[in-house]
Design a protein around this ligand. Structure first.
Ligand code: PMP
Length: 406
């Protein structure tokens, strides 16, 4: 792996800096990834040469901007093996994508007593929109339980879990524990009871090969910023057949075909769901990020991330009084933990003083943390530009901190 990745860190200006006099060890990749030069340059090039508003322009720059924006849509479709560009709706990110599904498909299709099946692992982005929808429609939320600190799903009684389910919405990889969920198997089960399915791929899209047709989901969402793209851009895969029957999300320019004073006719999907001037530069940056990742190879990224997570987990296990969360086997590229006698905030603050960036808190999975019986965990999350030497440095810093605090 190091052969494939040698020199790759030079592409990331942010990684070369010192923090408090120490080389930055950036282990907060599950929150957001750093950006390589090709992404930064693509955005700059777009603004310097092609900047204009998209669609309906009769001038060169508008044509170029439209080609760049629609080219990015094509690239996203290819990245997740969607059958058509019509299946791809640009959003601000995962959160907006899930809210879009709740506000359109959800409001049009769910009724009192219908069950929305989630897991206990969900990020608040894949929980709160469904709570709001449930309050509005009378639908009810049900949760696939997780088993203790390992955080894998308890699938022992699938028939009972899927009774009356109209929507299954689940994370692919847990941002809190690193659990990789069997999404294809669960989507197949949902299809068997005619339920619609959504996969939250925020933590998986940039970390392993994704194929929406192999997964068999109706919707899938991800954010550009977690896979080396810019913030403020993401995508929703929505099966074209479902989009046809979905009401619009927001009203405004771009999403209409004909407007009169009292009513409007809407554009065809996916444009019907993209009101207003879109994030064109964001789409350009996202396109560059997807190219960058595929040059490395997502199988390689997955192998690297999981190897690093497993190494970090083994090294963390050297400490006394540590509780490590997440699956024993395969996991995404992160590890979460708490120390019996050290507050997570003290730990992260002191690690930062040594240049090590980790995240502490409930990681937007408060109900899961309630279930685990901890208010907060510390999380180190990795990407392809991280190294074993950085894990060693992280452990060395933790050893120092533990000595100081105990
Ligand atoms: N789902 C998961 C699993 C996540 O990790 C995140 C980001 N932490 C989100 C959803 C929300 O993503 P965003 O904030 O980019 O919309």
């Amino acid at each position: 792996m190091s052969g494939i990745l040698s020199g790759i860190r030079d592409d990331f200006p942010a990684l070369a800096q010192k923090i408090n006099g120490h080389p930055l060890v950036y282990f907060d990749n599950a929150a957001t990834a750093q950006k390589p030069r090709p992404v930064l340059e693509a955005i700059q090039r777009y603004y310097e040469h092609d900047n204009a508003n998209v669609h309906r322009g009769i001038h060169e720059l508008s044509n170029r901007a439209t080609a760049a924006y629609e080219g990015a849509r094509e690239r996203v479709a290819q990245f997740i093996n969607a059958p058509s560009t019509k299946d791809i709706i640009f959003t601000r990110g995962t959160t907006e994508a899930i809210n879009l599904v709740a506000a359109t498909w959800g409001v049009a299709n769910l009724q009192e007593g219908d069950v929305i099946l989630l897991t206990e692992l969900e990020h608040h982005s894949n929980l709160v929109p469904w709570q709001l929808l449930a309050q509005r429609t009378g639908a009810v939320l049900r949760f696939i339980p997780v088993t203790g600190d390992e955080g894998t799903l308890d699938l022992s009684d699938l028939d009972a879990l899927f009774r009356d389910v109209k929507l299954l919405s689940i994370t692919h990889i847990s941002n809190a524990l690193g659990t990789i969920n069997p999404v294809a198997e669960l989507c197949a089960k949902a299809r068997a009871v005619d339920a619609v399915t959504l996969v939250d791929a925020a933590q998986s899209a940039g970390h392993l090969p994704l194929d929406v047709q192999a997964i068999g989901c109706d919707f899938l969402s991800f954010s550009g910023h977690k896979l080396c793209g810019p913030t403020g851009i993401g995508a929703l895969y929505a099966r074209a057949a479902l989009q046809e029957a979905m009401p619009p999300y927001q009203g405004g320019g771009e999403m209409i075909a004909k407007v009169a004073f009292q009513s409007s006719e809407f554009h065809v999907p996916p444009h019907k769901f993209e009101a207003g001037t879109p994030n064109i530069a964001g789409a350009v940056g996202l396109h560059a990020a997807l190219d960058y990742l595929d040059d490395i190879g997502r199988e390689n990224i997955h192998a690297h991330d999981t190897e690093l997570a497993s190494y970090a987990k083994d090294r963390l296990a050297e400490f006394d009084g540590i509780r490590i969360f997440g699956p024993a086997g395969d996991r995404g590229g992160l590890v979460s933990f708490v120390f019996e006698n050290v507050h997570a905030l003290d730990l992260a603050t002191m690690a930062d003083q040594q240049g090590v960036a980790i995240r502490i808190g409930h990681h937007c999975t408060q109900p899961l943390h309630d279930k685990l019986g901890v208010p907060a965990t510390a999380r180190a999350s990795f990407y392809f530009y991280n190294t074993r030497a950085e894990v060693d440095r992280f452990i060395e810093v933790l050893q120092k901190v533990m000595k100081l605090l105990s």
